[in-house]
Design a protein around this ligand. Structure first.
Ligand SMILES: *Cc1c(COP(=O)(O)O)cnc(C)c1O
Length: 398
């Protein structure tokens, strides 16, 4: 491919300028030619990741055997405060594996929040079970225990609380409900590495915790995921099913239909490097959120929930306004993009998607329509945040 000349750059800039004349109100325009697009997210990868990946590569252990897997599993279990961690290929198969460990199958029902990333529901479907969608609490954006209670049936086998956008779900109430009704609790902690609930880290709050290490998560392995648990028995079962359900002692003797859900040593090498930096990452993300709060404090926007006794993490800075409809929210996203700011809408309620039944759940529907995520990543500067907020405010007011 030909490299970019100054002329190309000038042409692209002219084109962008022309397009912005069509799309953006005048007061939003100037930022376009002084800044590149501020992305919604990007991974923070440095020399430590480089050297460990290179080491894994040069060792020849590029599949799922090799020292980084165990190192990563041990370190992540210790970080979460659980006895075990089982590294897997991604968060979605992690959720499936967790449900498979407990033998969740067709005829069973699993309670899932209506507002979450679709993978939470997909994993339930992979087992043949039916996801039943409970509403969220307007204060935490996580499962509402009162609505879970209403949706329990004789078939309910498990609850999957999601720590949405980094805020812990009300685990005390959820665990109580589960205990009373003999249910399994699988935490979907894919967006909340390091978040704490009354002094305990997520992943250690239910029967099994599930994490994702996708490129936009708090720490990443490219693609990747993990299960965390205190139970020796479930950890053993998860490892067995992850690796084709092969007998420990008799090679090629399989006593179940298993999966290949393994993580590679190369991914784990990235994970070991990332995990060493998780606390600074979380702190920088918290500072980013504080910056956003300062800039937006006199506006109609409500930012990430904060609840007594919890330490949420800022996976994605989230803003919500009661006055936004789905249409005006989407206009806001488009206006932000036209001035060089990338943003994302909140997830659709899962019950709005064609393959799922249930709902509507009014709080999930409302929060979904009126919310958006703003750029959040290591290296985002104070002036970037100021620019995003100025753009957001003028787009909202126009
Ligand atoms: C990212 C995410 C997942 C899926 O993780 P992958 O690693 O992308 O498969 C599951 N649940 C939630 C809530 C997520 O945000």
């Amino acid at each position: 491919m030909r490299s970019k000349t100054m002329e190309d750059v000038a042409r692209v800039t002219r084109k962008a300028q022309h397009r912005s004349d069509l799309l953006a109100p005048a007061e939003l325009r100037p930022t376009l030619w002084t800044h590149e697009l501020i992305p919604i997210s990007k991974p923070s990868l440095g020399s430590l990741e480089n050297s460990l990946v290179l080491d894994a590569l040069q060792s020849g252990w590029i599949s799922s055997k090799g020292p980084y897997i165990e190192q990563f599993e041990e370190a992540f279990a210790e970080y979460c405060g659980t006895r075990h961690c089982i590294a897997v290929a991604n968060g979605t198969v992690g959720l499936h594996l967790a449900l498979a460990v407990f033998g969740i199958t067709s005829g069973d029902e699993v309670i899932v929040p209506d507002l979450t990333f679709v993978a939470t529901a997909s994993a339930v479907r992979y087992t043949g079970a039916t996801p039943v969608f409970a509403d969220i609490d307007p204060d935490t954006w996580c499962l509402d225990p009162a609505d879970i209670a209403k949706k329990l049936t004789k078939r309910t086998k498990a609850i999957i609380p999601v720590h949405l956008y980094g805020h812990p779900a009300p685990m005390r109430e959820i665990n109580e409900l589960a205990k009373k009704n003999g249910l399994i609790v699988v935490e979907d902690a894919a967006e909340a590495h390091g978040a704490e609930y009354h002094g305990k880290r997520v992943g250690a709050l239910g029967d099994v915790g599930v994490f994702s290490f996708y490129g936009n998560k708090i720490i990443t392995t490219g693609e990747g995921g993990a299960l965390t648990t205190d139970s020796d028995e479930w950890a053993e079962r998860a490892k067995f099913l992850r690796d084709h359900a092969m007998d420990r002692n008799i090679r090629y003797w399989h006593t179940d239909v298993g999966f290949n859900y393994r993580m590679t040593n190369i991914q784990a090498a990235i994970g070991v490097a990332q995990l060493r930096q998780i606390e600074p990452f979380i702190n920088e993300r918290r500072e980013i959120l504080e910056h956003y709060r300062r800039h937006l404090r006199h506006t109609h926007f409500r930012l990430n929930p904060e609840t007594e006794g919890m330490r949420p993490v800022n996976w994605m800075t989230s803003v919500y306004a009661d006055s936004l409809t789905r249409a005006t929210r989407d206009e806001l996203l488009a206006k932000l993009h036209s001035v060089g700011v990338d943003s994302r809408p909140f997830f659709y309620p899962i019950t709005a998607l064609p393959m799922y039944e249930g709902g509507p759940n009014p709080v999930s529907a409302r929060v979904s329509s009126g919310g958006l995520n703003l750029p959040t990543y290591i290296g985002l500067t104070g002036s970037d945040i100021a620019q995003v907020c100025t753009s957001l405010i003028s787009a909202f007011d126009s």
